[in-house]
Design a protein around this ligand. Structure first.
Ligand code: TRP
Ligand code: ZN
Length: 864
C-alpha cells in the first residue's frame, strides 16, 4: 500500500537527541554488482528513560533478517524509509542483514559502481542506502568493516587501519579494517577496485610517520604527483598555521570518475572526483592545478574541522563547511597570491552567492528548514559561511582567532556540535562579545550599506555615515554586526592615519546600528575613501564614487584587492552608462589608457595584471540590474572588448611576444601564461594572419593552459579558426575523457544559431554519458552558464534544452539534476518573454509524476 507522499520539510527547531547511542558497528560487505549482501551488527545503548522504539533509516534496501543478541527477532515494523524495532532491551546487539544493488544505483549516493570500481558516497544521508542505521551526524560509533570481493578487485579499502586480509576458500578474498575514531555514518567509506597506487610518507611535527596512498585508474600514475604534493603541503600547513596534526597512521585518497561533487572527506579514506586529482602539464590547466591543491587541502582540513569535531545536525553544515572553506582559502593565500585568491572568492560571492541570497532558495548559512539536504550544499553555506568565519577572524585578529580554535577543540574534540558552540569558543577565548554577530547565522539575504561622505573644510573633519538596510527580500532582518574596513588616502595617494580628538581609530569600523557616523579629524584636504577594504563583510555597498576617486583608488590603495575592485567598478559604470545612453557606446580614453599602461608597464604581479585586463563577467554585470538586460549586456561587452582589442593590439602582440613561459608550474610561469592568455583573448577578436599564427601555435603547444587559452579565445571570438582547432583537439584527446570535458565546454560556448542543434548532436558523441556528472556539467552546465546569448534565446530553445535534460536527469541522478537547475531559479529577474519561457520549464518539471525531492524543493520554491 503506497500513499502518494508530498515531500516533508524538517525543521531545526524540532531537533531532538537520538533515543539510542550506537557504540560500535561491525559491517560485512559481500560485494556483487546486483546483490551485495550487507551484514550490520550494531551495539546499542538506550539514551532515554522509558520505552523507546529504535527507528532506523533505510532506503531502497531489501531486508533479509533481523536478530537481537543473536536471536531472530520479529517485533519490528518495516516502513518505506524506516525499520522500526520495538521493545529492545536497554543494551543489546542488533544484527541486520540486507541486500543492495550497486550496479543499478545511478544516484551516486550510497554504494555504487564507478567504472569498474565499487565506491561509496554517504554525506549527507547516503548511508541509509547501504544499511538500516541511525543515519544522523550526532550518532558517533567506532566502525569495523569486512569487505569480501572477487580477486579482480585487488584493493579493498575502508576507513582507518587495515587489520587483516586474506584468501577465502571460494577463490574470493577479503580485508578487515578498523577505524579507532568514533564517527557519524556520513564519514563511512568503502572502495573496492583495481588501481594504480602512488605511495609516499609524511613525518608529522611530533615525528610520527604517516603512510600516504593515492589510488587512481590504471594508467594514470603519471597524473598523480601534483595531488600528492598538495596533500603534503596541506599537512604541513595545518601544523604550522593551526597547530593541527594528522591522527591516523594512514591517509588514503581514491579518484573515481563518477562523482556528484568535488571530493569527500571520509575519515582516512577521501574519495575524489578524478578531475580534482589528475593533472599533468599536457592535460590540465594552471587553474586545474590550483583547484586540485585547494580541494585536496579542503578535504584534508576536514579531518579536524568536520571529522574530529562534527555537526550535531545537518542544519549546522556551515559549522564544518564554512570553517573548512575559510581554512582552504587561507591555505591557498599563504601558499600563493593572497590578492588573487581574494578576488576569486569575492567573485563567487557577488555573482553566485548574492543571487542565491536574493532568490527563491535564499537561506541563512544555518538553514532552518530543509526538504532535501543535498540542496543545501550551497554557495551560501560554503562561501558565505566562510565569509562569516573570516569576519570573526577580522574582529578577533589571527592570535585570538587561534586561541578560539584551540578552545573549540579542547571543548569539543570527539563531539557533534552546533554553530553556537563554535561562536561561544571564539567569544570565550577572545573576550569579544559576538552576541549580535551571531545574527549572521540566522538571517538570509545580503545587507546593503548606504555610505555618505562629508568633509568639513574649516575643521578638517571627514565623516562617513553608514546606513544599514535590510535585504530587499528580507525586510524584517535586524541590524548586523559588520566589520567595515576602510583606508583613507590623501591627494598624493598616501594613507592617512585614522584618528579623532587625539585618539587613534582602528581601520575596521564596527557597524552595528541601522545608522552610524564615523568622523576622522586632522585632514588638510578631503581624503579618498577605500570602502569595505578587502571585502571585509559580505555586503553590497551603495554609493557614488566619482570616476576620479576610482582612478585614485586604482593607483594608490594598499590593498591589491581594492585596486582591482575599483577598476571593476569603473568598468561596470561604463557598461551601465552605455546601456542607459546608447550613444555612449565606447570606453573612455582614460580607461583605455589605464589598460594600456597595464599592458606596457607590467608592474608587479603579472597574474593580477591579467585579472585587471578582464572585463566584468556577464553575471557580475547582471547583478547590477533589477531586470537583467541580457541583449544589451552581451552587445556592449562585445563592443568594449572589440574596442580594447583594436586600440591595444600592438601592445598585446608586443606583450605576448616579450613574455617568456618556461613551461614550469612556478607562480611566475603561471602568471606569464595568464597574461599571455589574455593577450590571445583580445587578439583573436581581430582577424589578422599574425594573430591567427599566434593562436595556432598556442593551440598546438604541449601545455594545456596555452592550448585552452587559444581555443577559448577563438571560440569566444567566433573566429573562423574554431572549427579546425576543435576538430584537431577532438582527435587528439578522445582517449582522455577529462580532457574531453574541456572540449565539450568549448563546444557549448560556441556562439551562432546552431549551438543547440550542436549540443543535441554531441549527446551522441562516444565520450558523452548522461550518467556522468562531469560530462553533463561540461556540456550543458557550460552552455547554461557561459553561452549567454544562446541559452537566453528569446524563442526559449535554450531553456527547452535545459528542461529536456532535467527531465532526463531527474530519473538518473536527482542530486545532479538539482544543481543543473540553478539557472532557472532566477527566472523572475528576466524580461517578460524570457521569464515566462523559463517559468514554463519549471512548470513542466512540477508536473512530473516521478519528481525527485531534490527538484521538488527548488521548483516549488521557485514557483511560489
Ligand atoms: N563534504 C564534501 C566537501 O565539502 C562535499 C559533499 C557533500 C559531497 N555531499 C556530497 C561530495 C555528495 C560528493 C557527494 O568536501
Ligand atoms: Zn567540505
Amino acid at each position: 500500500m503506497t500513499a502518494t507522499k508530498k515531500p516533508q520539510a524538517q525543521y531545526l527547531k524540532d531537533y531532538q537527541a537520538p533515543p539510542y547511542f550506537i557504540e560500535h558497528v561491525d559491517l560485512t560487505f559481500d560485494l556483487a554488482p546486483l546483490n551485495t549482501r550487507v551484514t550490520s551488527v550494531i551495539t546499542l545503548k538506550k539514551a532515554v528513560a522509558g520505552e523507546a522504539d529504535l527507528a532506523l533509516d533505510g532506503i531502497e534496501l531489501t531486508l533479509i533478517s533481523v536478530a537481537v543478541d543473536d536471536v531472530a527477532y520479529s517485533d519490528y515494523t518495516l516502513l518505506d524509509e524506516q525499520l522500526v524495532i520495538h521493545n529492545l532491551p536497554t543494551e543489546c546487539q542488533v544484527t541486520i542483514v540486507n541486500d543492495i544493488s550497486p550496479k543499478t544505483n545511478t544516484s551516486l549516493e550510497g554504494l555504487y559502481l564507478s567504472g569498474g570500481a565499487y565506491c561509496t558516497q554517504c554525506e549527507a544521508q547516503g548511508f541509509r542506502k547501504i544499511t538500516y542505521y541511525l543515519d544522523r551526524p550526532d550518532v558517533l560509533a567506532s566502525f569495523d568493516v569486512t569487505i569480501i570481493a572477487d580477486q579482480s578487485y585487488r584493493h579493498l579499502l575502508s576507513n582507518g587501519n587495515k587489520l587483516t586480509q586474506g584468501q577465502l576458500d571460494d577463490g574470493r578474498h577479503f580485508a578487515k579494517w578498523q577505524d579507532p575514531f568514533k564517527k557519524p555514518s556520513y564519514l563511512f567509506a568503502l572502495v573496492a577496485g583495481d588501481f594504480d597506487v602512488l605511495e609516499d610518507t609524511f613525518v608529522t611535527k611530533s615525528g610520527r610517520n604517516i603512510e600516504l596512498a593515492l589510488f587512481v585508474d590504471k594508467g594514470n600514475l603519471a597524473k598523480t604527483p601534483h595531488a600528492m604534493t598538495s596533500l603534503k603541503k596541506s599537512m604541513q600547513w595545518d601544523e604550522q598555521r593551526f597547530n593541527l596534526e594528522y591522527d591516523l597512521d594512514i591517509y588514503m585518497i581514491v579518484a573515481v570518475d563518477f562523482f556528484n561533487m568535488g571530493a569527500m572527506e571520509n575519515k582516512g579514506l577521501n574519495i575524489f572526483n578524478s578531475k580534482c586529482v589528475l593533472a599533468n602539464q599536457e592535460t590540465a590547466t594552471d587553474k586545474d592545478y590550483h583547484t586540485i591543491e585547494s580541494i585536496v587541502g579542503h578535504e584534508y582540513f576536514h579531518n579536524w574541522t568536520g571529522n574530529r569535531v562534527t555537526c550535531r545536525d545537518w542544519f549546522q553544515l556551515s559549522l564544518k563547511e564554512g570553517l573548512t572553506v575559510f581554512r582552504d582559502q587561507e591555505f591557498s593565500s599563504d601558499l600563493g597570491s593572497r590578492a588573487l585568491n581574494r578576488i576569486d572568492a569575492v567573485k563567487v560571492m557577488r555573482t553566485h552567492q548574492f543571487s542565491e541570497d536574493a532568490g527563491p532558495m535564499a537561506h541563512p548559512i544555518r538553514p532552518e528548514q530543509v526538504i532535501e539536504m543535498n540542496n543545501f550544499y550551497t554557495v551560501t553555506v560554503y562561501d558565505k559561511g566562510a565569509e562569516v568565519i573570516r569576519m570573526m577572524h577580522t574582529l578577533l585578529g589571527e592570535e585570538k582567532f587561534q586561541l578560539g580554535m584551540a578552545l573549540y577543540f579542547q571543548r569539543h574534540d570527539g563531539q557533534a556540535v552546533t554553530c553556537d558552540d563554535f561562536v561561544a569558543a571564539m567569544s570565550d577565548a577572545s573576550g569579544i562579545d559576538l552576541t549580535q554577530f551571531k545574527r549572521w547565522y540566522s538571517q538570509a539575504g545580503t545587507p546593503r550599506l548606504i555610505v555618505e561622505q562629508e568633509y568639513n573644510t574649516e575643521e578638517g573633519i571627514f565623516t562617513l555615515s553608514i546606513e544599514q538596510l535590510a535585504p530587499v527580500n528580507q525586510p524584517d532582518n535586524a541590524p548586523l554586526h559588520i566589520p567595515f574596513a576602510i583606508e583613507l588616502l590623501d591627494r598624493q595617494g598616501q594613507p592617512v592615519p585614522l584618528s579623532f580628538a587625539g585618539k587613534p581609530i582602528d581601520h575596521v569600523l564596527d557597524v552595528t546600528n541601522t545608522y552610524q557616523r564615523f568622523s576622522f579629524d586632522g585632514l588638510a584636504t578631503k581624503p579618498v575613501a577605500v570602502l569595505l577594504e578587502d571585502f571585509s563583510a559580505p555586503c553590497i555597498v551603495e554609493q557614488h564614487t566619482t570616476e576620479a576617486d576610482l582612478l585614485h583608488i586604482m593607483r594608490f590603495a594598499r590593498s591589491d584587492f581594492s585596486r582591482w575592485d575599483a577598476q571593476q567598478q569603473l568598468l561596470i559604470n561604463a557598461v551601465k552608462a552605455a546601456i542607459e545612453n546608447p550613444r555612449e557606446h565606447s570606453l573612455a580614453k582614460e580607461v583605455i589608457n589605464a589598460l594600456r599602461s597595464l599592458v606596457i608597464e607590467r608592474k608587479g604581479d603579472l597574474a593580477l595584471i591579467a585579472e585587471l585586463l578582464k572585463l566584468p563577467s556577464f553575471d557580475t554585470l547582471a547583478a547590477e540590474f533589477a531586470v537583467i538586460p541580457v541583449d544589451e549586456i552581451v552587445a556592449i561587452t562585445q563592443q568594449f572588448e572589440l574596442q580594447i582589442a583594436k586600440q591595444l593590439q600592438c601592445e598585446f602582440i608586443a606583450c605576448y611576444q616579450s613574455l617568456v613561459d618556461d613551461g614550469s608550474v612556478s607562480a611566475d610561469a603561471v602568471a606569464v601564461r595568464a597574461l599571455k592568455g589574455i593577450c590571445l583573448h583580445y587578439l583573436a577578436k581581430i582577424d589578422e594572419p599574425e594573430h591567427a599564427q599566434l593562436l595556432c601555435d598556442a593551440a598546438n603547444s604541449h601545455n594545456m593552459t596555452n592550448v585552452l587559452a587559444a581555443l577559448s579565445a577563438v571560440v569566444k571570438a567566433d573566429s573562423p579558426l574554431s572549427v579546425e582547432l576543435l576538430n584537431q583537439f577532438d582527435s587528439q584527446w578522445r582517449h582522455d575523457v577529462l580532457v574531453m570535458d574541456k572540449w565539450f565546454a568549448l563546444q557549448a560556448m560556441q556562439g551562432g544559431d546552431n549551438a543547440i542543434v550542436n549540443i543535441n548532436k554531441l549527446y551522441e558523441h562516444p565520450c558523452f554519458d548522461f550518467s556522468n556528472p562531469n560530462r553533463v556539467r561540461a556540456l550543458v552546465g557550460s552552455f547554461s552558464h557561459f553561452n549567454t546569448a544562446q541559452f537566453h534565446r528569446k524563442d526559449g530553445a535554450g531553456y527547452q534544452l535545459l528542461g529536456d535534460l532535467l527531465v532526463k536527469l531527474n530519473a538518473i541522478n536527482p542530486q545532479n539534476a538539482s544543481r543543473m537547475l540553478t539557472p532557472f531559479m532566477s527566472w523572475r529577474r528576466y524580461d517578460e518573454v524570457r521569464s515566462m519561457a523559463m517559468k514554463a520549464q519549471l512548470q513542466r518539471l512540477a508536473e512530473l509524476d516521478n519528481l525527485s525531492d531534490d527538484l521538488f524543493e527548488k521548483v516549488d520554491k521557485a514557483l511560489q
